[in-house]
Design a protein around this ligand. Sequence first.
Ligand SMILES: NC(=O)c1ccc[n+]([C@@H]2O[C@H](COP(=O)([O-])OP(=O)(O)OC[C@H]3O[C@@H](n4cnc5c(N)ncnc54)[C@H](OP(=O)(O)O)[C@@H]3O)[C@@H](O)[C@H]2O)c1
Length: 181
Amino acid sequence: MNRKHILLVGGTGMLAGLASYLAIEHNVTVIGRNKEKMASVVQRNPETCHPLIVDYCDEELLSNALQRAVQKNGPFDRVIAWVHRGSGKAMQLILNHSETAEVIHILGSRANPEYEKRCLCFNEQQTYRQVQLGEMHELASVRWLTHDEIVKGVHDAIQNQDDYRLIGTRKDDVDVHSRND
Ligand SMILES: NC(=O)c1ccc[n+]([C@@H]2O[C@H](COP(=O)([O-])OP(=O)(O)OC[C@H]3O[C@@H](n4cnc5c(N)ncnc54)[C@H](OP(=O)(O)O)[C@@H]3O)[C@@H](O)[C@H]2O)c1
């Protein structure tokens, strides 16, 4: 088995199921802030799921935490990053500490994928792909994705290596939800 070191940013929320799945075969470093949420994710795979409790908006703390994770478990082979918009340089710092990684950037429904990519600097050894969260149309109603649908969509993106993957359908009414995702 080719055991990888995977960084999962925001892996204690809607991606918690992905953390548990990936930690069956890989070392997974999970970033989040809430200790209880982190403990509930790590306890499912205590040997292979490594907590990194840090606020990714704090540049110095984030850089130090990422350095520690790399020292402990080696360079990141893959990064799956769900970083809220308006989080300063968090995504760029994550890229800077993932020099040889395959990076999957998860975007909220309102993000502009091309703009998000243009804002980032990559090195030649990185691959960068995007997964965007859409919405689900059911009969006459529209709903957000469930956690299971999000986890499955990200998992499919890992398998298929698309440059861009939309989960569900594109959000066409930006005013329906007032979230900052
Ligand atoms: N299009 C869609 O369908 C769509 C799009 C967006 C969201 N949603 C839904 O909305 C729900 C809530 O969304 P959410 O954005 O709160 O996602 P979430 O994945 O449930 O939670 C955010 C994740 O990011 C971490 N996080 C957030 N800010 C952080 C920071 N500054 N530093 C470190 N870690 C941080 C959180 O950890 P801590 O809590 O420990 O900080 C958590 O692991 C989701 O469960 C999802 O179902 C749907």
